[in-house]
Design a protein around this ligand. Structure first.
Ligand SMILES: Cc1cc2nc3c(=O)[nH]c(=O)nc-3n(C[C@H](O)[C@H](O)[C@H](O)COP(=O)(O)OP(=O)(O)OC[C@H]3O[C@@H](n4cnc5c(N)ncnc54)[C@H](O)[C@@H]3O)c2cc1C
Length: 396
């Protein structure tokens, strides 16, 4: 039972005790873009499914993200199954437009979403999946985990951090640059969040620096007016090293020599990086211009914290009022998926496959493949594939 704001009890049909017998053919964990995409495909195929979401709304992560955020992927390559973005949306849609789109998505498909249901364990037992939330148990033959790659913020720790007098926050806690106006701020990490947060801070009048520990690749958001994801889509037909060899001279002309600005260039290209490291390079939406014009200073990785700042790996000592960790996330599906072995996820709880049935019967992950063509596009494809796989079993 749940108590909504008006105090009346709502019976969600949850079994407060473990039982045999199915509640649905499919349970989907998470009502972010991936869970909703799977839910819509199942709904269209008339396959009963329950979506369990720990928050009180769909796309909860997008409500948390920083205000300035726009999709780095163009809208044609970012839509979920069966519903294009509205015509009047720009090519790179804003965070709030994406949230509106997700709302219209659930209105269109009327899926069976149970909010305030945090999955605390999921296990396979006697040919069915038993999923436990804080309120009770659900059973199904298929389980789709769509709990998000960005489940747990990754916060590295450095010597001396406890003695630092300034503010340290993770990028997931950053809303906008307003509180940092006039302050000296260090952004740690050169991914897409770090790059955009650096721009936002500068636009809000902060003095911005970036700590970049590793060698990097930088790609523009568009190449001669064509979205980089569409270029990536064309090149993804080739082996990554060949695609990188072809695109390298063009990228060099567009980006210039990034090593002139304190960055080290990765020895292999962006497509190999995505393929090998599962890491998206910086899709530049203006960070490089700020660096080139001296508005953002690049430093090496952090060696240690001191009371009023940090010491970098090259021994430079710099004062900062605040440090923002744009250091990524761990998926951690192993926090609730019990009894599953290393055959389905690695030591960081990162699924070993996404969009296909795993080695465990009826278990699927959706939204865990870092693709050169964008994760949202990949989610659309995976959701359709998962639904076809489940539908195929039904007809056996
Ligand atoms: C800042 C940022 C910008 C991005 N921009 C782009 C972009 O431009 N283009 C692109 O293609 N991709 C982008 N991505 C990557 C990806 O598309 C998004 O992360 C997207 O939200 C992934 O959808 P998801 O449903 O897999 O995960 P999420 O959006 O994280 O949704 C997972 C849902 O599962 C719920 N959940 C988690 N654990 C449980 C549990 N135990 N029980 C119940 N519910 C649970 C969460 O509350 C959440 O609602 C971006 C990611 C980030 C972080």
């Amino acid at each position: 039972m749940l108590l909504p704001e008006n105090g009346n009890q709502v019976d969600l049909g949850i079994n407060s005790e473990s039982h045999r017998g199915l509640d649905s053919q499919v349970i989907v964990i998470g009502a972010g873009p991936a869970g909703l995409a799977v839910g819509a495909c199942l709904k269209q195929a008339d396959i009963p499914a329950i979506i369990l979401e720990k928050n009180d709304k769909v796309g909860a992560a997008w409500h948390q993200h920083y205000d300035r955020l726009h999709l780095h992927t163009d809208k044609r390559n970012s839509q979920l199954p069966f519903l294009p973005f509205p015509n009047d949306y720009p090519r790179y849609i804003s965070r709030s437009q994406f949230i509106e789109y997700l709302k219209s998505y659930i209105e269109k498909f009327q899926m069976n979403i149970r909010f305030h249901q945090e999955v605390i364990s999921a296990r396979y037992d006697e040919e069915q999946w038993e999923v436990q939330t804080q309120d009770g148990f659900y059973h199904a033959t298929n389980l789709v985990i769509a709990a998000g790659c960005t489940h747990e913020p990754f916060r590295p720790a450095w010597p001396g951090q406890d003695s630092y007098n300034g503010t340290v926050i993770h990028a997931s806690q950053y809303k906008n640059g307003e509180p940092f106006k006039g302050k000296k701020v260090l952004v740690v990490g050169f991914g897409n969040s770090g790059g955009e947060i650096a721009i936002d801070l500068w636009e809000h009048g902060a003095q911005v620096s970036l700590a970049v520990r590793n060698a990097v690749n930088v790609i523009p958001r568009e190449l001669f007016g064509i979205p980089i994801m569409s270029v990536g889509l064309l090149l993804s037909k080739l082996p990554p090293n060949i695609a990188d060899t072809i695109s390298a001279p063009i990228l060099r002309i567009v980006q210039g020599d990034i090593t002139k600005y304190g960055l080290r260039k990765l020895s292999y290209g962006p497509l190999t990086q995505i393929h090998r490291d599962r890491h998206i390079p910086l899709i530049d939406i203006g960070t490089m211009n700020l660096i080139k014009n001296g508005h953002v200073t690049v430093y090496e990785g952090i060696k240690e914290f001191i009371q009023d700042g940090v010491i970098f790996n090259d021994a430079k000592q710099v004062q900062f009022d605040a440090v923002i960790l744009a250091t990524g996330y761990h998926p951690r599906v192993n926090t609730f998926l019990t009894g599953a072995s290393a055959t389905v996820y690695n030591e960081n709880g990162m699924p070993l496959s996404s969009g296909y049935e795993t080695r465990m019967p009826g278990l699927y992950f959706c939204g865990y493949y870092v693709a050169p063509t964008g994760m949202l596009r990949e989610i659309r494809l995976e959701a359709k594939r998962i639904c076809a796989s489940i539908a195929g079993k039904r007809t056996l």
